[in-house]
Design a protein around this ligand. Structure first.
Ligand code: KIV
Ligand code: ZN
Length: 518
């Protein structure tokens, strides 16, 4: 059995998804969850690009001690120094140096000859090795490049001290057989390649990222670069959960394993989806809402008689299934604690107390509280960070054909105890009225960019989950809210996004020279 290293780039390449803007504290939360999931390497960011990225990589380096922490750098001295500074406190730091290999990148982006690219790469790898022992080297767009140049550049990188060589299919252009042939060629023909780790990094422009990654691994690569839910530039990166579960489910065929704890996959996927605001498509393999739903009568009949007739994985093994404890109005604190434990949560006493209060309030409105309801409550509770504004109450009036009106009460953390700011507004519909009233109450003007609602499970008493994203002075913030009342869920989601904008504004006021300043 060959051990494959999982290199997670959700926080770097994944964060490059259009509209995604994670706050530092959210990146740390995701990094902690990635550690629980069992990834080997976390690419935490690209420190030269912003003060925010620098601080996030520093914080993750300090707080997440299990996996290797990687920081990205171009072949520039300043980038290497920034990456090294960001990783100073990491237990196992890695600098990931990248350049480009393809003629089109060399001509239009780098404006360098092949020899110049090699010379810059060698100098940068040597510089990185003066800071850390673990240096990864990548040449973008390797699959639209001349293999002879790719091999020559990789040989020079290994001689300069690179310990992992990554082959990126940056624009998702390759096909499995072609990719496998290149990886085999690197392993067999490049001097020194048998003694370093070979990594594959695929993008999904043709929907082939996972297939190409698996082909690359089968051809001799031993590191897969992936992102949770397959998020990333354009059509995204290779999906972590698909690669991990393909290797686990077809271990007999691939003969490879990873350190991934599959039971953490569901929770990791939901966390990333929630914090990035990128919803998972229902038919997405492994983590989509329909991934284990059986619609056709023949299928349902088969699954009832024997689950494996139509299921190749057990949803509970990947943290997606319902457990048997049914929760409702009569469930006590102890049963609730047992349910939390069964769902894999270990929470502080104060969090458990607050959650139990919210659970009880929910049972007043909903007869049966499902696992998804509880997961939604827990995630809503533990992934909220020091909100400046809290919703106290709201009232909305809406009638067909007439404008809607809304009144909201909002209290401010740190404000006078019990002081509530009340504002009212009129809008074309109830959501617009509500959001305008919240803008007035918080004094934060933000444009709504996106709004989506979905039910948590079925039934007319199901909770509604609202995600919205706002634009606040050119920055995107994602908000999330859940309630049996969809107007309340909408208000909570918008206020959540406003709270993030307020936090970034407060940070910018404290460090006015920081690049995050609004
Ligand atoms: O897709 C790509 O080429 C990259 C590199 C920086 C590795 O993300
Ligand atoms: Zn990439």
């Amino acid at each position: 059995m060959r051990r494959i290293r999982i290199f997670d780039t959700t926080l770097r390449d994944g964060e490059q998804s259009p509209g995604v803007n994670l706050m530092g504290i959210e990146k740390i939360e995701i990094a902690r969850q990635l550690e629980r999931l069992g990834v080997d390497i976390i690419e935490a960011g690209f420190p030269i690009t912003s003060e925010g990225d620098m601080e996030a990589v520093q914080a993750i380096s300090r707080e997440v001690r299990g996996p290797v922490i990687a920081a990205l750098a171009r072949t520039h001295q300043a980038d290497i120094e920034a990456a090294a500074k960001a990783l100073e406190q990491a237990k196992s730091p890695r600098i990931h140096v990248f350049t480009s290999f393809s003629p089109v990148h060399l001509q239009y982006m780098l404006r360098k000859s092949e020899d110049e690219v090699i010379a810059m790469s060698v100098a940068s790898i040597e510089a990185a090795r003066r800071y850390v022992d673990d240096v990864e080297f990548s040449g973008q767009d390797a699959m639209r490049s001349d293999p002879a140049f790719v091999f020559r550049a990789i040989a020079a990188a290994i001689a300069a001290g690179a310990t992992t060589i990554n082959i990126p299919d940056t624009v998702g252009y390759t096909a499995p057989e072609e990719f496998a042939a290149l990886i085999r060629g690197v392993r067999e023909q490049v001097p020194g390649a048998k003694d370093v780790h070979i990594s594959v990094h695929c993008h999904n422009d043709l929907g082939l990222a996972v297939a190409n990654t698996l082909a690359g691994l089968a051809a001799g690569a031993d590191q897969a670069e992936v992102a949770v839910n397959g998020i990333g530039e354009r059509a995204g990166n290779t999906s972590l959960e698909e690669v991990a579960m393909a290797l686990a489910t077809r271990e007999d065929f691939f003969q490879m394993d990873t350190g991934i704890d599959a039971r953490e996959i569901g929770r990791t996927s939901r966390l990333v989806s929630r914090l990035t605001g990128m919803q998972v498509q229902p038919n997405k393999a492994i983590v989509g809402a329909n991934a284990f739903a059986h619609e056709a009568g023949i299928h349902q009949d088969g699954v009832i008689k024997e689950r494996t007739t139509y299921e190749i994985m057990n949803p509970q093994d990947i943290g997606q299934g319902e457990t048997q404890l049914v929760m409702g109005k009569h469930s006590g604190r102890h049963a609730f604690q047992m349910k939390l434990a069964a769902l894999g949560y270990s929470l502080a006493e104060t969090e458990q107390r607050e959650l139990f209060r919210r659970f009880k309030a929910l049972t007043d409105k909903k007869k049966q509280v499902t696992d998804r309801d509880i997961q939604s409550l827990v995630e809503d509770e533990i992934y909220r960070f020091d909100d400046a504004y809290e919703l106290v109450d709201y009232q909305v009036s809406s009638a067909g054909g007439a404008p809607s009106t809304a009144t909201v009460g909002v209290c401010t953390q740190g404000g006078a105890a019990g002081a509530v700011t009340r504002e009212a507004a009129v809008g074309l519909g109830p959501i617009e009225a509500l959001y305008l009233a919240l803008q007035r109450a918080t004094g934060l003007q933000a444009d709504l960019k996106d709004y989506a609602i979905q039910s948590v499970g079925g039934g007319s008493d199901a909770q509604g989950e609202v995600r919205c994203s706002i634009d606040y002075f050119g920055q995107t913030f994602v908000g999330f809210g859940v309630s049996t009342d969809i107007l309340e869920a909408s208000a909570l989601a918008y206020l959540h996004a406003l709270n993030k904008a307020a936090a970034v504004r407060a940070q910018a006021e404290q460090h006015p020279t920081g690049k995050e300043a609004i």
